[in-house]
Write a protein that binds this ligand. Sequence first.
Ligand code: SF4
Ligand code: SF4
Length: 668
Amino acid sequence: MQHYLNIKAFIMALALLSAFGLFFIRVRRLRDLMQAVQGKTDFKLDRVAARIKVLFTDVLGQSNVRRKPMAGYAHTLIFFGFLAVQPHSLELMIKGVFRNFEPGLWMPAVYGAYLYAADILALLVLIGFAVVLYRRVLVRPKYLTVGMDANLIILFTSLIIITFQFINAFQTLLPTAAHGFDYAGVFPISERLVSLFNLNALTPTQIFAGYEISYYIHMATILGFLIYIPGSKHLHLLAAVPNVFLKPLEREKAMITTDIEDEDAESFGLGKINELNWKHVLNLYACTECGRCEEQCPAANTGKPLSPKKIIHDFKHDLFDQAAPVLAKDGEAVEPIVREASPITGDVLWSCTSCRACEDICPVNIEHLDFILEARKYQVLMEAAFPPELQETFTNLENQANPWGFNAEDRAKWCEGLDVPLMMDAPDADVLYYVGCAGSFDDRGMKIARALARVLQRAGVKFAILGPEEACNGDMARRAGNEYLAQMLIQQNVETINQYKPKQILTACPHCFNAIKNEYPGFGAAYPVWHHTDFLFDLVRQGRLSINGKHLGEMTFHDSCYLGRWNGIYDSPRQLLRAANRGVKLTEMPRSRDKGFCCGAGGGRMFMEETLGTYINVDRAREVAATGAKTVAAACPFCITMLKDGITELNRDIAVKDVAEILDEALS
Ligand code: SF4
Ligand code: SF4
């Protein structure tokens, strides 16, 4: 026996050294890659207390994971169960080498309580796996990654838990003197295995052999898993927690700004994988391939070649495939991201509507848009590669500061007869109403702008517009990758706005709202900015609008991505609709609020042909029609156009109105 235990100690010491050695070599390579990439980040490790709180809510509380209840609860069971067994597994590892290691003798009560809890939690892992298998084998959602990697992980982890419980079961049958701690009664689940498999009937030698076999399988699986993790999708076990800890703490965010005047810059945007920054790489490592982003993505849902899950996977594999030149910091030898045989193609990049559904749902806070929009930026600025129809839009923006090419001088024509002053004539106005291109030139948008102006006048709001001094907010050009043009437009607006130093800015377009509120401060114009839904609801609350409360029939509301997911405004438009449409229920669509489905116009897609897959707006229009509502309300001129087109395509008689128009009707 003594001889056997010496051999076991030797084998275990060798196995532990080899496995941990290999693990550290693989992890060090991952770290080296993070250090070798050359992109810059302005990330600062601030608000540490808030970040620690995030660890409690998002990691221990599993709040993000459980937004998808069945899969989320299964993950929670697996997460806590797996964590719970690790200290005992570690103890067993040490015991394999140092057989006199007996932590159970130091604090027997605490140790016994821990083993009791871990034994129960281990069973929860198996219950969690049963749910996972049910989803993978029977439900089979198409966004779930199935394959050898996923199967191996399930096999590894199940084996770890099953052998853990057999070790515990055999341990209760081994003589106490052999280990020093009395295990009787501390394994409420594992002890059932004794009666279930009639282990009591085994001879002492067989019991010892059973323990040792379970032990070796347990150790081989754990150590194999340890080596496997850094190269598998379970790399997220190492990267997810730091990624969540370092996540952006605010929902609102600006797009990455490129210094286009940097004369030393060799390239703009993201052209090669070595141009990522360390935080991007951590994002790539953190992906669990859970597919939640793909499930929400309007592009993936309508047959486009883009899947946010896959693009993150593809970026990660491009990094691994090109690790040698990246580690050697040989930028010349690194191949472009978009190249022949690369799964990341122009069609993939241009399919994105920048709706942010992927980022919002991602349980580990991956920022897909940093990758997609930066890659677009490179394509436009460095390769002049973009959908050909965008050329005319870019030219129009450059020449007339609006995407349709209307005469910039006509920007205030929409309000003819409404007595709306220009800021140059009323610089002391309480509110600068930034109208935007749709409100200024698009027929449908102009109606919304006029309705809003009427409502503001009824409430006695002293507002003025910029008129011909206003330019496009730059959002469309930025999201379409033309950072140079976008910054030209932004600078023009910033200079104009700063000249008036308005008390507050109001806009009825979520794209204008997002750009001016979240991006203009970075260019030197920081003012209080309102979206009209919040502003109007505030007027209603102040009692400055007397609503007749018409019955406008059953309604549903479509959340604009740039209002909801980008800026967290979900309630004001609904409150306004309830106030304006008394007594009538607002029927929610299945995909609403933070899971709202994009209209298809964001990210510059409003000005691109939708040639791949099916139409996003028609898909959304079908969902509108299924509610049975007579009116669909929205709070974005682009959503209004897209929904109207979708509903016309379906040949349905459903009115599409902005909340300002509905309020305007309710006041008349
Ligand atoms: S990016 Fe996030 S949501 Fe998408 S598969 Fe990876 S972990 Fe899941
Ligand atoms: S932003 Fe929207 S369209 Fe783009 S990848 Fe994410 S979910 Fe898909």
